[in-house]
Ligand binder design. Sequence first.
Ligand code: NAI
Ligand code: MG
Length: 357
Amino acid sequence: MRHYKIAAIPADGIGPEVIDAGVEVLEALAQRDGDLKFDITTFDWGSDYYKKHGEMMPANGPEQLKPFDAIYFGAVGAPDVPDHITLWGLRLPICQGFDQYANVRPTKILPGIKSPLRDCEPGDLDWVIVRENSEGEYSGVGGRAHRGLPEEVATEVAIFTRVGVERIMRYAFKLAQSRPRKLLTVVTKSNAQRHGMVMWDEIAAEVSQDFPDVTWDKMLVDAMTVRMTLNPKSLDTIVATNLHADILSDLAGALAGSLGVAPTGNIDPEGRYPSMFEPIHGSAFDITGKGIANPVATFWTAAQMLDYLGEGEAAARLMTAVEQVCADGVLTPDVGGTATTKEVTAAVIAAISGRNS
Ligand code: NAI
Ligand code: MG
């Protein structure tokens, strides 16, 4: 029996709705396989926990997560808790504490889902954005002085280290090399930011020497938004800093039809700690509790998790099921349908089990 220990952290808003759906789908995959088992432990951390205990998770939270093979995460964010508390209290300590330095965000237009771009069809926008996930603009370095006074100052310092840039660059080149087009675009802003970003460019050129079969080019982040919109088929694998890739991947999600379908993996490529898989979207207060959250991003990230665990066949089975259900038009309102979260989930489970929905 192949047996995996998964920590589920549904957290806030629609997080529990989509993680419940994801857990059902994982169970269906295990059942279908017969020789696969998931041992799923759910943690009640998040904004409600914060309101009761004054912290988003217990101080030894990361310690509790260490023995798991992977973490399946919903979303954080509540209307009555400041965003920097929810983010820095739960998601970022896990990403940074477990050195999940590669944030991997695949995009593709799924069948049945319409891109806002005119000439794009299902299968197009087949990109993977690799986001540096451990330093850069989100390193948390900075401070505030003279709070509330007219002379108040705040600094937010971006940290780029040779080790940090080189390892993400290597990861991106390797990933590009593993994909059919072997094409990598390195995004920076080295015209305006002439220290850290110039170092990125230099390290990209150095690392490229070890990947002679990968074709690569450089883009400035502002021009990149234009290229993604006007010439999207010229792109395949993309690597960028923490902030730049954060923004570009929201754009990628929107161009692919909805944030509700966009997944992400926070990966420790060295496998020292559990990696964490989550939908890109947030807690979506506007639709929480309505039963219409799109679970597809959460299913897709489960497929990423399965791939990461070495369960490529189960991952492929899951994605085939998701694509079939989308093609059949079983879609939530954010992608133009009328189905509920539960209906989409039931259809995916039926497709996995080989039953007709
Ligand atoms: P959001 O991603 O929660 O929602 C943006 C829009 O997309 C909303 O209209 C929402 O209804 C829609 N949407 C998102 N996911 C959807 C899904 N699965 N199905 C259907 N529609 C979906 O971003 P927003 O509104 O900026 O942030 C809300 C809260 O989430 C904030 O507190 C924010 O800090 C937090 N957040 C957390 C993230 C995380 O946990 N990784 C990421 C982004 C935001
Ligand atoms: Mg974001």
